[in-house]
Ligand binder design. Structure first.
Ligand code: SF4
Length: 192
C-alpha cells in the first residue's frame, strides 16, 4: 500500500486562495447536435463551460479535461464564457438549413450558475428562443431561473419550454419523493 497525494485536492485550511477565473471562448457555433437516442432533445446549448456550483458528483466534470483543465478544482474555478452565444444562436436559428428541434440548456454546465446574474447570456439566449418560438429544456439548481419568467412564460404560451430544477438538501425528511414533488409544485407558482 502507498499514499498518493492529489495535487488537485483542496481542503478548508489550504493556504492557496481559490479564485474563480473566467475565460473567453470565441467559438463560432453554439448548437451541438445530440446523437444519443436515449436523450430527448435535439441540440445542446452551453453558454458556459465548467460550473461554480461545484457539485462533487457532477458528470460534466470530465468534459473540462477536453479543454486541458482538470475535472476537479479547475471545473469549478476556471469557467469558460461564450459572450457570443446569443448572437450565434440567432444566426443558427435563422439559417435556412436549421432543422427545428428541442434545445437543451445546458449539458456540461449550469446555465444559471452565479456569473449568469451579471452576464445574462442565458437570459439573452432565452429571448432569442422565445422570439423564434423554439422549444427549450432548462436544467438548473439555481433559483435565478425565476428572473427569466417573462421569456419562459412566452415560450410556455406555445408549449415550448420545460424547466427541471434539482433541489439539494441534507435533510432526510425533504429527500422523500412525495415531499419533493409537493415543494416543486409550490415552487412552480412562487416568484421570489
Ligand atoms: S449544478 Fe449541475 S452542472 Fe453545475 S456542478 Fe452541479 S451538477 Fe454539475
Amino acid at each position: 500500500m502507498h499514499l498518493e497525494t492529489d495535487e488537485d485536492a483542496w481542503v478548508d485550511d489550504d493556504p492557496r486562495p481559490l479564485r474563480t477565473v473566467f475565460l473567453r471562448d470565441d467559438s463560432q457555433s453554439i448548437l451541438v447536435a445530440n446523437e444519443a437516442d436515449d436523450l430527448s432533445f435535439d441540440y445542446g446549448l452551453n453558454p458556459y463551460r465548467g460550473c461554480e456550483h461545484g457539485c462533487a458528483y457532477c458528470y460534466a466534470r470530465t468534459y473540462h479535461e477536453y479543454l486541458g483543465f482538470s475535472a476537479g478544482l479547475d471545473f469549478e474555478s476556471k469557467i469558460v464564457v461564450k459572450p457570443d452565444a446569443p448572437a450565434l444562436l440567432e444566426r443558427a436559428l435563422a439559417n435556412g438549413s436549421y432543422k427545428p428541434g428541442t434545445i437543451s440548456l445546458s449539458g456540461v454546465t449550469d446555465c444559471y450558475q452565479p456569473i449568469e446574474r451579471k452576464l445574462m447570456l442565458t437570459r439573452a439566449c432565452l429571448e432569442v428562443l422565445a422570439r423564434f418560438r423554439n422549444p427549450v429544456v432548462v436544467i438548473t439548481k439555481n433559483a435565478l431561473v425565476c428572473r427569466d419568467l417573462d421569456h419562459l412564460a412566452e415560450l410556455a404560451r406555445h408549449q415550448a419550454v420545460a424547466v427541471y430544477l434539482s433541489v439539494t438538501t441534507m435533510d432526510p425528511d425533504h429527500c422523500r419523493p412525495t415531499d419533493l414533488a409537493r415543494r416543486a409544485l409550490s415552487l412552480e407558482f412562487t416568484r421570489p
